[in-house]
Design a protein around this ligand. Structure first.
Ligand code: SF4
Length: 409
């Protein structure tokens, strides 16, 4: 599973802005130095049934050509000296070691990430990660490997459409360690159809025993247009009842805390020294640049995105023009709402004054603070040390509470 780039709302696919309004960032120009960089590698062995990220099956695809197109796009608009880099997808580890080396060398030539970035993540899947591949990634400047294990149950992996088994999932963690990885993250998904608390706890404990520095544990979502959503509609799948989801959510928090991994975001657990810096900048509603098909960027209050298809993305770059297909200028209240929406997902919550500054909202009254106080009266948000955060009652319904800040006050 690919957790990132970005957790920001986007316009419907195909929305375009032909005439750029005054003040909107030009998608063809570089972002400020230091801006976090995301690179999307859209190839997978097979497409998982729950996944709504843009990806295609790798067989027969021109991966070398895609790497060259990514480097063309990087030369056009990668920020110099990015603070963090994230290779996501798709399945970056599916590339050969030579392709990964070409990509990492080329990116470093463009933006010097090897000296600037405090964290460089590569998403990996068990079927394409062995110790040699992991070693190559680390030698190329990657500092953090994020392995999509998702489950240790054969029946759940089969239902998800994953192409690896539980043994291969655990072996991928071992391979990362063998290669010298000191910052290992694992993705798991809970609340799969038919999964009960005991089985989830066993999976979780087994993964935690291996001592990853970071864990992402997602409640299974039935995203629109996925095979899972269609099967749910047809009644071929039954989603877990809310009380089971809640039980699994709290079990996850307790077990992770016992293993020293603190919930710093609604689905993410780590010791404070290993929180994902790249994702933290998304949750702070900071700027980022995304390269590759479907990748979204957020620069100078403008959000823009590439097409969710390889051909138009590559054609634009071959013609020497930016590939962005849509862009939108974000208004002050929209930015304020998004800053709260994202910030409430984190354990630190939101500093209302800082949120106003981030959004450029200088005038009182602050509509987001008024909404937060109303939610506080409902017991869903609490104030502590000048920050607003989800209460124990609000945590399990984080998506719904945070979403109240979107779409205008
Ligand atoms: S491996 Fe599966 S979940 Fe990950 S990007 Fe590919 S299709 Fe999506």
């Amino acid at each position: 599973m690919a957790p990132t780039n970005p957790s920001a709302p986007r316009p419907a696919q195909g929305a375009e802005t032909a005439d750029r309004p005054a003040g909107e960032h030009d998608p063809g120009s570089p972002a400020p130095d230091g801006t976090p960089l995301y690179v999307h590698l859209p190839f997978c062995v097979a497409l998982c049934h729950y996944c709504d990220f843009f990806s295609v099956t790798a067989k027969g695809q021109d991966i070398d050509g895609t790497v060259e197109a990514l480097l063309t796009e990087a030369r056009l608009r990668a920020p110099a000296s990015p603070r963090t880099v994230y290779l996501g997808g798709g399945t970056p580890s599916l590339l050969s070691s030579a392709q990964l080396q070409r990509l990492l060398d080329g990116l470093d030539d463009c933006c010097g990430f090897r000296t600037s970035a405090r964290e460089v993540t590569a998403e990996c899947n068990p079927e394409s990660l062995d110790a040699a591949k992991a070693e190559g990634l680390l030698a190329g400047g990657v500092t953090r490997l994020s392995v999509g294990i998702q489950s240790l149950r054969a029946e759940v992996l089969a239902e998800f459409g994953r192409v690896h088994n539980a043994r291969e999932g655990l072996a991928a963690m071992d391979a990362a360690r063998e290669a010298g990885c000191e910052n290992l993250s694992v993705d798991l998904i809970y609340a799969a159809p038919g999964q009960d608390a005991r089985r989830w706890r066993e999976d979780l404990e087994r993964v935690l025993e291996s001592g990853p520095e970071h864990l992402s544990a997602y409640n299974l979502a039935f995203e629109e247009q996925t095979p899972f959503a269609r099967r749910l509609e047809r009644g071929e799948l039954v989603a877990q009842p809310e009380e089971v989801e809640l039980e699994l959510f709290w079990t996850t928090r307790e077990r992770c805390a016992a293993a020293g991994l603190v919930a710093y975001e609604i689905s993410n657990y780590a010791a404070s020294t290993h929180r994902c810096l790249h994702n933290l900048s998304y949750w702070e509603n900071g700027p980022y640049v995304g390269l590759g098909p479907s990748a979204v960027s957020h620069v100078d209050r403008t959000r823009f995105g590439n097409p969710r298809a390889l051909d138009p993305w590559r054609t634009a770059l071959a013609e020497g023009r930016p590939a962005a297909q849509w862009s939108e200028r974000l208004g002050t209240e929209e930015r304020l709402g998004e800053t709260w929406w994202l910030g409430l997902r984190t354990a630190e919550g939101v500093d209302p004054e800082a949120a106003r500054r981030t959004a450029g909202h200088s005038e009182a009254p602050d509509p987001a603070l008024a909404l937060a106080r109303a939610l506080s009266a409902e017991g869903l948000i609490e104030e502590r040390g000048g920050r607003m955060r989800l209460s124990e009652r609000g945590l399990p319904v984080a998506d719904g509470v945070a979403a109240r800040f979107l779409g205008g006050f």
